[in-house]
Design a protein around this ligand. Structure first.
Ligand code: HEC
Length: 129
């Protein structure tokens, strides 16, 4: 009986942890459909940011507030994204908090990605030399 309870406890723990985000000091579940961390502001992002592409593009592109502002401004300027007007700030708050580059989970990654200057040349670019 004690053993069963213990294993159930372990099961509960192990099924919770993958769905939780480790960054920003607080844990929120991940929405299975959008892949977004369900922290304050996520609905606004989900609503506006999956009209043209999947929101799965968001966790793949981390950055601070300026990086996110530039990325979104580029979509406004060149890709037909509407001006976010009064949702600029809440959207940037959400993205820069939960998809900040410092939020890389070091329990999963052994080290941070190399700077592009530290990367070896691409095989294709040396051929063209
Ligand atoms: C009007 C259409 C449209 C909307 C709405 C839109 N995007 Fe995009 N976005 C694009 C296009 C087009 C691309 C480039 C094609 C691609 O990578 O799929 C892109 C690319 C991206 C990229 C990848 C940029 C890179 O450097 O590769 C990110 C991140 C992104 N969008 C985030 C967002 C966020 C956050 C929102 C909500 C604020 C959003 N998008 C809303 C059109 C849109």
């Amino acid at each position: 009986m004690t053993k069963t309870l213990f294993s159930l406890g372990l099961l509960a723990l192990s099924s919770l942890s993958p769905a939780m985000a480790a960054d920003a000091g607080k844990s929120y579940p991940i929405d299975p459909e959008s892949g977004l961390i369900m922290a304050p502001g996520w609905e606004m992002v989900n609503y506006q940011c999956n009209a043209c592409h999947t929101t799965a593009i968001i966790p793949q592109n981390k950055g601070n507030r300026e990086v996110w502002r530039d990325t979104i401004q580029w979509m406004v300027d060149t890709q037909g994204l509407w001006d976010l007007s009064d949702t600029w700030d809440p959207v940037l708050d959400y993205l820069s908090t939960y998809y900040d580059e410092t939020g890389i989970d070091m329990k999963i990654f052994r080290r941070k990605p190399l700077d592009s200057e530290q990367m070896p040349p691409m095989p294709t670019s040396t051929k063209e030399g």
